[in-house]
Design a protein around this ligand. Structure first.
Ligand code: G3H
Length: 335
């Protein structure tokens, strides 16, 4: 049996669910086109730097278990399928309440933890709200004609309002990729501002769908515009594009977040999403955040993974750490 996890200076120390920190919401600012158009992205330098992150850092044993538990607390446990049902959502929510088996947590010397949120389609919000009653786990909804975001603008705004009324406290919106591809930054800013307003008190995550934006420079510019328009989080992908979260894209987005913080003093959150299914990749993402933004961003109010199957692999790795054996993946299925 493994020893209880102990804090070490070179690892994150997520022994328990972290206390909620109230970060000042991003109020946004006027569109600064000079700043936006000045944003560049040196693709080869970014790819070089991204290539060093997973390769250099090897986190083992108790440190690895600690990072994995942190990843769980920062996870938007997601189901976004056309065949979602209330029962599937209820099972997902049960998993969000108890994402890691109590016996494993006991062996690790850990208090109970939960995931950061549950993320569903609008129609599934009531089932998620009911299944999470009595917890502090937020329900996040993908609204605005997810994943393409091409339904009429008024309908997209109305969908946000309906999702909030149904009980979602986090709204993941999708931006209009065409505004980015045509360089119409004013239109992107206006769209994002209206969506932020429609969210009211619900926090808004802006999904850039980076795999469809054409270039890393566009990713940098779109990130800035969404933050200027008041996004609480910027998020890479819907999970439905042919290319979803990648390390180079993440580097560009988190450097835009750093730039925005340096200019405004406001911390905007980051959510890589789509195709992140391995525990090892989760640790690489956390290391990237730690190195580029610092420990403050390694909390669920500023960092989330959007993932439907990552939890399965994390639980398998934790079980291996505790027992020395791997269990079959189906034993950890979330839906
Ligand atoms: O926002 C979350 C993503 O849709 C999840 O993507 P995934 O199913 O590839 O983990």
């Amino acid at each position: 049996m493994a020893a209880a996890l102990t804090p070490t200076p070179d690892a994150t120390t997520p022994q328990t669910q972290l206390p909620q920190v109230t970060e000042l919401r991003n109020p946004g600012m006027p569109l600064d086109l000079n700043w936006v158009l000045g944003a560049q992205a040196n693709t080869s330098a970014i790819e070089r730097r991204a290539g060093t992150i997973g390769a250099r850092r090897s986190v083992k044993k108790a440190h690895q278990a600690a990072w994995l538990l942190r990843a769980v607390t920062c996870m938007d446990l997601t189901t976004l399928s056309g065949d979602d049902t209330d029962r599937r959502v209820a099972r997902l929510c049960a998993k969000a309440r108890q994402p890691v088996a109590p016996a494993l947590l006991d062996a690790l010397g850990m208090d109970p933890i939960t995931t950061g949120a549950v993320c569903v389609y609008h129609e599934m919000i009531p089932a998620a709200v009911a299944a999470l009653e009595g917890t502090n786990i937020p329900v996040a909804a993908v609204s605005t004609g997810f994943p393409a975001g091409l339904s009429p603008f008024e309908l997209r705004l109305r969908e946000i309002e309906m999702s909030v009324a149904a009980g979602a406290t986090e709204i993941d919106i999708v931006i209009s990729r065409r505004h980015v591809l045509s360089g119409n930054w004013q239109a992107l800013y206006d769209e994002m501002s209206a969506m932020r307003e429609a969210c009211g008190d619900a926090h808004v995550k802006a999904i850039l769908a980076t795999g469809e934006l054409g270039s890393l420079r566009n990713v940098a510019r779109a990130s800035l515009v969404c933050m200027m328009a008041g996004a609480d989080f910027i998020k890479t992908s819907t999970g439905k594009e042919s290319v979803n979260a990648t390390l180079p894209v993440s580097l560009v987005m988190i450097r835009a977040i750093r730039d925005y913080y340096d200019h405004t003093g406001i911390r905007v959150g980051y959510k890589p999403a789509g195709g992140i299914s391995k525990a090892k990749d989760a640790v690489t993402y956390l290391a990237l955040i730690k190195e580029e933004l610092g420990d403050r961003w390694l909390r669920p109010d500023l960092f989330r993974f959007g993932a439907s199957s990552l939890l399965n692999d994390i639980e398998r790795q934790l079980e291996h750490y505790v027992t020395g054996n791997y269990s079959a993946g189906y034993r950890h299925a979330t839906s």
